[in-house]
Write a protein that binds this ligand. Structure first.
Ligand code: FES
Length: 720
């Protein structure tokens, strides 16, 4: 017998038909409405509202929340006419802070400004040739859509120019023109500001004023023209000598007051009052458009004078997107969401299995996992562009773990999931964003990876940590569903990936949650009450995020309420908080004995990975000068708690350096630092991947690290 379900979700209402008595969870997952972290009715995360009789498992997992109509999809069966309401997904906080040393900021996609004249009988070059000549390149990578749109684009610009129509785009202000005039070699170059906490790239809406950006070059604007002499000049390829001239060109910064190299010698910048018309080098003053050049190829064109880049980090659990203004170097808008593929499973293996099944089914059309992530990134891009009030980006830098990059590109991921774990490709890619299905005329740069389990996101983090430069021995740990760990020593890099599971991201803990409002993110001893805590947003406690979990376990150990085997006992100053085999932190927020076992498994995997790498390199933990912690969780934890529970070596608790959103930072560097592509490849060449499942020492280390350190062992100070 058939059953019709009415599904109400934040974006509308849907009816689904299935067999009466069938479980509703797979249906909701297939519809992309719900993700199922465990999929077997154990984690209590597949929350829905439905008017059904709760089963014993639901009562146990949901407690008093049953009264509000909350149920679990895993335990709900279809009945005809059943109405299901899906709670609105919460926005995720995206970590936007970058902590790194400075680098010369130079967008990989260069803008070459040109003015446009209507074509004439004297000039029989094609539109494409005229544009390439104007940009001083002899190759292009425009796709058919971009080529098809070019004639109308050029004529629209020419008409606007000849009609003296004021530029409709606010971005066409004189200041924008002045900032983006191209040099004789057709290059724009910003000076080399620091990019880091002090430089204004630290926060989402960084403190650095856009007016402090400096422009070195500000000379001739190339012009599409019929003049034979100009044509010859313009067609000349860029020369090495040209680069040198450019490097020695005088500065023309807003604060510098230096004269620019253009003929009029007028100052360049908002304070100088210079407009495009004022500058002799800006032709007759009206720059209408920009050619976008990568290397020696024309990759696009735009009329917008506001260069931006989109940075995307595709994680298994979350997707983070940052929109960066390439002039001010500020992150101007950010969005983060649960990965839309989550409904196909919480871990990469489940996703690979789904992708493989789809491929083997011979189904036509779009792979649903690919469609999910492409659609999500497209929506994130549209939302960010709307928020910033701009039309498009010049470049997109995309990073992520190897499985996510495969699924995003539509590459078969099957090889990643089974021995000997061979991915289809780890190479960097450059292609039009539109070819990936994204709504942009920009160019997408997909970062390269190291192995199936050390992906492009870790290459990005290593780039952010400047692993390609000489430095004392260091460890970099990115704690997520997999804990990717890299040990750098003497120019060599040793990398491994330990399956920590989604415990630190809250997915498998009874009251675990992501770092959202209401999550307990820090727990402290309190002489009066035994313990106190803080929550994100100072909101009422709703659950525990990873940093809160670590603090709580460390506190239990310090208080003697947890022995080294992980057995919870209602003793010591926290005794009053321990009830029914759980630490009760607040109403409905508990850390259970089972949760603690999950933490033990996860931390043992991470620590065993560190042990194996140290052994491979012949180092002791005390030889490591710096422990870089990457990612949102790594940035939130207290090193003392991490050392206290045995997640990191105690010697390193005082040597932690938090990198913040290292993957985002590295992905930004990838498209804004000259030579970052080569640095990434150098990092990859110098990395030896250690497969833990095949390492003889891993299992022993894993078992050894399952217990918690005894109180005071190794002088761990959990107050760090
Ligand atoms: S209880 Fe349904 S996904 Fe875990």
């Amino acid at each position: 017998m058939k059953a019709t379900l009415i599904i109400r979700h934040h974006a509308g209402t849907l009816t689904l038909e299935t067999e009466a008595g069938a479980p509703v969870a797979p249906l909701l997952r297939e519809a992309g409405l719900l993700h199922l972290p465990c999929g077997v009715g154990k984690c209590g995360k597949c929350l829905i509202y439905a008017d059904t009789e709760p089963c014993a498992e639901e009562r146990a997992l949901l407690g008093e929340r049953i009264a509000s109509g909350l149920r679990l999809a895993c335990h709900t069966r279809a009945t005809d006419g059943l109405e299901i309401r899906i709670p609105r997904p919460e926005a995720l906080r995206v970590l936007t802070s970058f902590a790194q040393s400075g680098y010369a900021f130079r967008p990989i996609v260069e803008r070459r400004a040109f003015a446009v004249e209507a074509p004439s009988l004297d000039d029989q070059r094609s539109d494409l040739q005229r544009l390439m000549d104007a940009c001083a390149v002899d190759r292009h990578a425009l796709d058919l859509d971009a080529l098809a749109a070019l004639p109308a684009f050029l004529r629209a610009q020419a008409e606007e120019r000849s009609g003296e129509t004021p530029a409709s785009d606010a971005a066409h202000s004189p200041r924008d023109y002045a900032e983006l005039c191209v040099s004789e070699e057709g290059r724009t170059e910003a000076s080399a500001p620091e990019c880091g906490p002090e430089s204004g790239l630290e926060s989402a809406r960084g403190t650095k004023d856009a007016s402090s950006s400096e422009v070195k070059e500000n000379q001739d604007v190339k012009r599409i023209s019929s003049s034979e002499e100009e044509r010859k000049n313009l067609a000349a390829p860029e020369s090495e000598s040209g680069r040198q001239q450019e490097a020695s060109a005088p500065e023309c910064g807003h604060e510098s007051g230096h004269e620019s190299g253009h003929e009029s010698g007028s100052e360049c910048g908002p304070e100088s009052g210079r407009t495009a018309k004022d500058g002799a080098s800006c032709d007759d003053g009206r720059i209408r458009a920009f050619g976008l050049v990568h290397g020696h190829e024309l990759v696009g064109y735009t009329a917008s004078a506001r260069p931006h880049a989109l940075i995307v980090d595709i994680g298994t659990t979350t997707v983070a997107a940052l929109l960066v203004d390439l002039r001010s170097r500020e992150v101007v808008a950010v969005r983060g969401e649960h990965n839309a593929q989550s409904s196909y499973g919480a871990d990469v293996i489940s996703r690979i299995r789904h992708e493989t099944e789809w491929r083997e089914s011979g189904a036509h059309g779009s792979n649903p996992l690919r469609a999910a992530i492409v659609g999500q990134i497209a929506a994130l891009l549209r939302g960010l562009l709307d928020e910033a009030g701009i039309a498009d980006v010049d470049a997109l830098s995309i990073t992520g773990n190897t499985t996510m990059m495969h699924l995003f590109c539509g590459l078969p991921a099957e090889g990643i999931g089974k021995a000997p774990f061979i991915p289809a490709s780890l190479a960097p890619l450059r292609l039009p964003a539109a070819a990936l299905g994204l709504p942009s005329q920009g160019t997408a740069f997909l970062m390269p990876g190291i192995s199936s389990y050390i992906g492009a996101d870790i290459v990005a983090s290593l780039l952010a940590a400047e692993a390609h430069r000489d430095q004392p021995p260091f460890l970099l740990v990115d704690l997520g569903t997999n804990a990717e760990t890299v040990l750098g020593v003497g120019g060599k890099l040793y990398a491994c990936s330990a399956a920590a599971g989604p415990c630190f991201e809250g997915a498998t803990l009874s009251c675990g949650m992501a770092g959202q409002e209401g999550a307990i993110d820090a727990v402290f001893p309190d002489s009066q009450r035994g313990l106190s805590f803080t929550t994100i947003g100072d909101a009422p406690a709703r659950g525990l995020c990873g940093s809160g979990v670590l603090d709580a376990v460390a506190l239990l150990l310090d208080a003697g309420a947890l022995d080294e085997t992980g057995r919870l006992e209602a003793e010591g100053p926290l005794g009053a908080h321990i009830r029914d085999d759980a630490l009760v932190l607040a109403d409905g927020v508990r850390l259970t004995q089972r949760d603690i076992r999950e933490v033990q498994l996860a931390k043992a995997a991470v620590r065993a990975g560190i042990d194996v790498l140290l052994e491979e390199a012949g180092l002791a933990a005390s030889d490591v000068a710096c422990l870089y912690l990457a990612g949102g969780f790594g940035s939130a934890i207290r090193p003392g708690s991490a050392a206290r529970i045995g997640l990191i070596p105690p010697e390193l608790a005082g040597r932690v350096r938090v990198l913040g959103n290292a993957a985002g930072c590295g992905a930004l560097r990838y498209v804004t630092e000259e030579g970052a592509d080569k640095s990434s490849l150098s990092i990859i060449r110098r990395t030896r991947y250690v497969e833990l499942s095949a390492h003889p020492g891993f299992t022993t280390a894993y078992v050894d690290r399952m217990c918690f350190p005894e109180t005071g062992e190794d002088g761990v100070d959990s107050r760090l």
